[in-house]
Ligand binder design. Structure first.
Ligand SMILES: NC(=O)C1=CN([C@@H]2O[C@H](COP(=O)(O)OP(=O)(O)OC[C@H]3O[C@@H](n4cnc5c(N)ncnc54)[C@H](O)[C@@H]3O)[C@@H](O)[C@H]2O)C=CC1
Ligand SMILES: [Mg+2]
Ligand SMILES: [Mg+2]
Ligand SMILES: [Mg+2]
Ligand SMILES: [Zn+2]
Length: 472
């Protein structure tokens, strides 16, 4: 029943003209909303309950100052009223005129118990509202293996590990990992898992001239007092093979294995731990596949230090004198930034032509030589959108192994707001208000705004901004 219907039930017929009736109705509606938000603000549970049961549509209605009952209950620390409003289905994700949710308000005023209530127990809103440290959950950044870099040049130790029955080998063909599907019941949210092979299964493969082997590290064992943990934890390796991929599939015996070939999609379906291992393995193998020849003299190069160095085979090459970055795996730094409007309530998102319809993401670009992170943010934003940027703050980063970028995630504040896109790179850029972004994050997107998947740092930066307290 709407507020107006509620009032209709009690209103006596009158023969004043329509305009007057309408104005009286408006006043009565507003008055009822004000009574309701006032009751919530004072912590009057009885009045709140009675008004909702008479007029359920009052629930999320804002009063004249733009704050609804949930926000006022959160502001004044009224736990039972908050609980009552939530039990009737109050919307936790609407914002007031300063773009604050009830959660932002509770957090700002230090009502932690109300903040916890507003975050709730469902995973989605816990994720959305409670995240203030995005680095905790950045996909591709887990480090479940200890890289043991000091063991890379110890050939005896490396050979010994390659022969041990508990060592784990991952297989790649043209940089795609060999994987199998996971049952949804595993509960980790991952859909695929890296297929693990033992040393006996890959022994012959390692002798083939096209195989490249990289030592990834050893498992980090949890501290335990049990005597069997005194032996060294299992070592992990990655192999990129040039053998026929169909033949390699058979190495797994009866198991239903397949190659995860679409880098931007298939690589996003692993557990956090496996994604971390994959980011390391794929980026190092990608470097080997592109640096078969010495960048200094063009002679062939060979893999050394367990896959972490390539050395030129030409004894007179200058790359053999001193230390040269051409000999080591490369990482390309990229800035990725969520640019905030000077009003603090909108953010700048852009779309490339190749994005699916409705998808917008953070602007990004490679850092150039001699450039700081801050300068690269300012240059890329101005090049791509015409917007000038002032302060820049680092938030979190993400290794992106396609092929080997490091995405450096920042929040940046705009100094100007007119948009003029570089059409070679960006099809469109727009300012999106906080409420639209909250809807896209928590209500599954709309044809107007779809965000990139949650495994991307672009998504995490947007979520981080929403999770930050806005200025009260
Ligand atoms: N994880 C995430 O959330 C996101 C990741 N990205 C990644 O960030 C990277 C950079 O973003 P863009 O907007 O494309 O950069 P960008 O704005 O600098 O433009 C790309 C152009 O820069 C040039 N370039 C300069 N250095 C390069 C290098 N080391 N490698 C390749 N091209 C280089 C090329 O001409 C290329 O076409 C992309 O590879 C993309 O995969 C981009 C957006 C979101
Ligand atoms: Mg650019
Ligand atoms: Mg760009
Ligand atoms: Mg660029
Ligand atoms: Zn050389």
């Amino acid at each position: 029943m709407s507020v107006i219907q509620c009032e209709n039930a009690s209103r006596q017929r009158t023969n004043v003209n329509d305009r007057v009736v309408k104005s009286v109705r408006m006043n009565m509606t507003e008055e009822m909303v004000e009574r309701f938000v006032d009751a919530a603000s004072r912590g009057d549970v009885a009045a709140v309950s009675s008004l909702i049961s008479r007029c359920p549509s009052l629930l999320d209605r804002p009063g004249a100052n733009g704050w609804n009952a949930l926000m006022l209950a959160a502001r004044n620390g009224h736990y039972t009223v908050t609980e009552t409003l939530l039990s009737h289905g109050a919307d936790r994700l609407v914002v007031n005129r300063s773009s604050q949710t009830a959660y932002d308000i509770a957090k700002f005023w230090g009502h932690t118990h109300i903040g916890n209530l507003l975050v709730g127990t469902d995973n989605q809103s816990q994720h959305i509202l409670a995240t203030t440290d995005p680095s905790q959950e950045i996909y591709f950044s887990a480090e479940p293996l200890d890289r043991l870099s000091e063991r890379r040049s110890d050939a005896t130790w490396q050979q010994d590990k390659q022969n041990q029955p508990d060592s784990v080998f991952l297989l790649f063909s043209e940089l795609s990992p060999l994987v199998h599907s996971l049952e949804p019941s595993t509960g980790s949210g991952a859909q695929t898992s890296l297929s693990r092979f033992s040393s006996s299964l890959v022994k012959e493969l390692l002798l083939k001239p096209g195989s490249v082997l990289v030592f990834l590290g050893v498992e980090r064992r949890r501290p335990s007092s049990s005597p069997e943990t005194s032996s060294e934890p299992p070592a992990w390796f990655a192999i990129n093979s040039t053998e026929d991929p169909e033949v390699l599939l058979k190495l797994g015996g009866e198991k239903d294995l397949f190659w995860a070939r679409r880098p931007n999609r298939d690589l996003l379906n692993f557990s956090q731990d496996e994604a971390g291992i994959l980011a390391q393995a794929r980026a190092v193998l990608a470097w080997h596949s592109r640096y078969a020849f010495c960048p200094t003299c063009g002679s062939s190069s060979r893999s050394e230090e367990a896959g972490y160095k390539r050395t030129c085979t030409n004894a007179s090459c200058s790359s053999l004198q001193g230390v040269h970055n051409t000999s080591y795996p490369r990482v390309d730094p990229v800035v990725i930034m969520l640019v905030l409007h000077p009003d603090g309530e909108q953010c700048l998102l852009g779309r490339k032509k190749v994005f699916p319809t409705g998808m917008f993401s953070c602007l990004a670009g490679f850092i150039e030589p001699g450039e700081s992170v801050e300068s690269a943010v300012r240059r890329e934003v101005e090049e791509e959108s015409g917007v000038k940027v002032g302060s820049v703050r680092y938030v979190a980063c993400q290794p992106w192994p396609v092929p080997s970028s490091l995405m450096i995630g920042c929040l940046a504040v705009a100094l100007s707001t007119d948009i003029k896109v570089d059409e070679n790179e960006i099809e469109e850029a727009r300012w999106f208000p906080r409420q639209k972004v909250i809807d896209a994050l928590f209500r599954g997107g709309s044809p107007v705004l779809l965000l990139s998947p949650q495994q991307t740092i672009a998504h995490q930066l947007v979520k981080h901004w929403i999770g930050c307290n806005s200025n009260l």
